[in-house]
Design a protein around this ligand. Sequence first.
Ligand code: GSH
Length: 222
Amino acid sequence: MATGTKPIQLYSLATPNGQKIGIALEEFGLEYDAHLIDISKDVQFEDWFKKINPNSKIPALVDREPNGDDKQPISIFESGAILIYLADKTNKFLAPVGTRQRYETIEWLMWQMGGVGPMFGQANHFHKAAKEQIEYAKKRYLDESKRLLKVLDTQLGKTGSYVSGSDYTIADMAIFPWVAFFTKNYKDQLNDESYSNIDKWLNIIGERPQVKKGLKVCSKDA
Ligand SMILES: N[C@@H](CCC(=O)N[C@@H](CS)C(=O)NCC(=O)O)C(=O)O
């Protein structure tokens, strides 16, 4: 098991799910060691990794200095859970328990985890990776991805700024890498619709230095 000296150990790869956490750690200003997990070499199925994430997927994180009383290291998997953990640890980018704002942010975070990630991921699989060309699957997942983009565009039109209101939150951090990836790689398939609010939002978030740095964490090209 790869370990470093910093309080937080990140096990990840710069895919959209991994990039969420690279961005978050930079935004939260936390100290961390980043360990690249090469999923093409099946490192995620090794026993030491399964102890951190029994689901054998990146990203996963170990915090050796958690806030709790027992001070025992804690490991977290599922990118949405990691974002909530880091937000609660630092009291940043997620409003406090009981506020309307918190649940609006969690709604959009769950929308990303349950909708955008799986649908964009399956669209990408059937368009770019599948060994068979299955037209039904390609259309189904692309149509659903476009529907989700329209939902996001409408929401951003309502807030006029960030996904869950006037504050930049962990919901933006979760959604940004997937939407940036998909709109860049599927430009031709998306040009029958305009997503002007998304374009504006992508530009604003993409300019943040923490985002620029976070996108490259655990990159094979770095
Ligand atoms: N819902 C999970 C999804 C994680 C996920 O799908 N990770 C992919 C890379 S983007 C992975 O590790 N794939 C390796 C595999 O499926 O063997 C999360 O958000 O953390």
